[in-house]
Write a protein that binds this ligand. Sequence first.
Ligand code: URA
Length: 245
Amino acid sequence: MNELIRLPKYLASSGVASRRVAETLIVAGRVKVNGIPVREPGRKIDPRCDRVEVDNIPVETASEKKYYLLFKPRGYLTTVRDPFGRPTVMDLFPEGVKTGLFPVGRLDMDTEGLLLLTNDGEMAFRLTHPRFQIEKKYLAMVKGVPSEGDLLQFHKGILLEEGLTSPAKVKVVLPGKRKTLLLITIREGKKRQVKRMCLAIGHPVISLKRVSFAFLNLNGLHPSAYRALTREEIRKLSVLVGLKV
Ligand code: URA
C-alpha cells in the first residue's frame, strides 16, 4: 500500500500548524526531511521512515487531538506568538493545555467572541476553507441607521477589494437613533470581512462580537473562559468538513 503523504498534510496532522501555515514554513526553508531542507510544498514523504524536522526540532507523530472553544476577549491577538510581545489568545490557556494549540482562523484584536483552537491541522484547514462554507454569526454595533436598501446589499453581495462577497444574512437586533445592532451571518472568512462590509455600506463597525461558529455558541462562557469541545461536538464538526470519525 502507498503510504506517501504530502509534507504539509503530514505537518498538519502532526499538529505542527495548519496546512496553509505548514506550506509557508516549507517555502521558508524551515523544514528538513532526513536532514535536508525541502522547499517544495508538493514533496511527499513516508511517515514510517522519513525523519522530518521543523526549525531543527523533530516532528512527533500526532499526539492526542485537542479542541477548545474560547470566549476571546477584546485586546488579545489571534496568533500563537507575537514578535512585539502583545497579549495573545494563547495567554488565556495554562501551560499544560496550550501545548501544540493554534487558533482556527482569526478574530481581530478588538473583536471578541467565539474562537476555536486545536492541534488538529487538518480540521483547522477544513474549517477555514471556503469550500466548506462554515456559518459564522456576528453581532455588530454599527454607526447610524442602515436603510432597507443598505441591508439588502448584504444579501446581494458587497463589493470589497477582492471582489463581491457571497450572499450574507442580516437582521436588525436593536434599532437606535445613532447606532444599530445587527446580527450578520456569513459563510466566508475574508480578512476583516464584517468590518469592511459594514464600512462599504456607509455604517462603520463600532464593536464586533462573534456569537457562533457552525452549531457552536458562547452559552455558559464569560470573556476569557474556555472549554473543551465534547466528543459529540467534535464528531459533528468532522462530519461538516467531510472528515472520517
Ligand atoms: N470580521 C471582521 O471584520 N473582524 C473580525 O474579527 C471577524 C470578522
